[in-house]
Design a protein around this ligand. Sequence first.
Ligand SMILES: NC(=O)c1ccc[n+]([C@@H]2O[C@H](COP(=O)([O-])OP(=O)(O)OC[C@H]3O[C@@H](n4cnc5c(N)ncnc54)[C@H](O)[C@@H]3O)[C@@H](O)[C@H]2O)c1
Length: 306
Amino acid sequence: MNDVKRVAILGTGTMGPGMGAVMARAGMEVTLFDVKPEALEKAAATVSLAEGVLDRLEVPVAGGGSVSYESDRAASLKGADVVCEAIPEQLELKRQVLSEVEDEISAEAIIASNTSGIPVTKIAEGMRHPERFIGWHWSNPPHLIPMNEIIPGEQTAPEVTAATEELTRRIGYHPVTLKKEVPGFVENRVLYAIMRECLALLDEGVMDAEGIDLCVKWGIGYKLAVIPPIHLLDMAGLDIYTSVASYLNSDLSNEAGVSSTATGLKDQGRLGIKTGGGFFDYTPEQIKELGAARAAALVGVRKVLS
Ligand SMILES: NC(=O)c1ccc[n+]([C@@H]2O[C@H](COP(=O)([O-])OP(=O)(O)OC[C@H]3O[C@@H](n4cnc5c(N)ncnc54)[C@H](O)[C@@H]3O)[C@@H](O)[C@H]2O)c1
């Protein structure tokens, strides 16, 4: 979709600013809007950080792109070819905002939702033009993970799906399109399957948290970045896989509830990095160092893989 010139992003929390930086780099005029002035102020700093990461990744600058900040929604939407919402994951809020936005944009504009898992068809209920609405799911951090899931709803027009795929390629990312809607889409289904098994092993006392992370990082994570799972099946051999899976699958966690260890920590207020501790403890200095070290490692790995 090379004729996309103007993009409006609604919501400048964790996701919006990085998405904007990536699209501006690809030559689009991006306007960021948020209902909270303080979120909009913070967004400028996040966009600068994201631009620094894009420099380190050596992402080419297409020219003509820009990021601006707008506290008036109608002004942010003016002339937009694409509107991306990255507002909180609440069905009613998304529905209400998008139905209002429909009246404030041109008839040709595409509306995309960065929802992590609310069915796109459900969000579209009540829209006057659901055919131009689509799920465009970025992974966090959005300026670093070069893959977007594309989720057409039941009424999304095929041209809108094709245009979103093209737009994703234009920003240098890999588009992956779902053929039908499933809760959590694909990325989070696979991630949550991994996390469920890890937490079951922890809950059953098979290994401690440190050990599980080491095992997954070096035994699985590092390898999967180079040889993804379906290719790994071909590499391992389907005779081996079917034989192991025939006894192992029935032993794997199919827990429908939530891990008791994770729930217990949450109930104690140990939510993770944001509260200084979850499974592990973090000092403010460690949190800073960890953020920088992780961003640097992701930059390095992505450069090797691309
Ligand atoms: N955080 C993640 O890791 C992640 C990853 C992929 C997708 N997502 C999805 O992206 C969306 C945004 O997530 P986030 O983590 O950036 O949320 P967030 O809570 O960090 O930010 C949301 C922002 O939206 C603003 N907002 C609230 N109502 C608004 C409105 N009516 N109009 C404009 N702005 C409004 C808030 O002030 C806030 O700044 C959600 O749907 C989420 O599920 C999040």
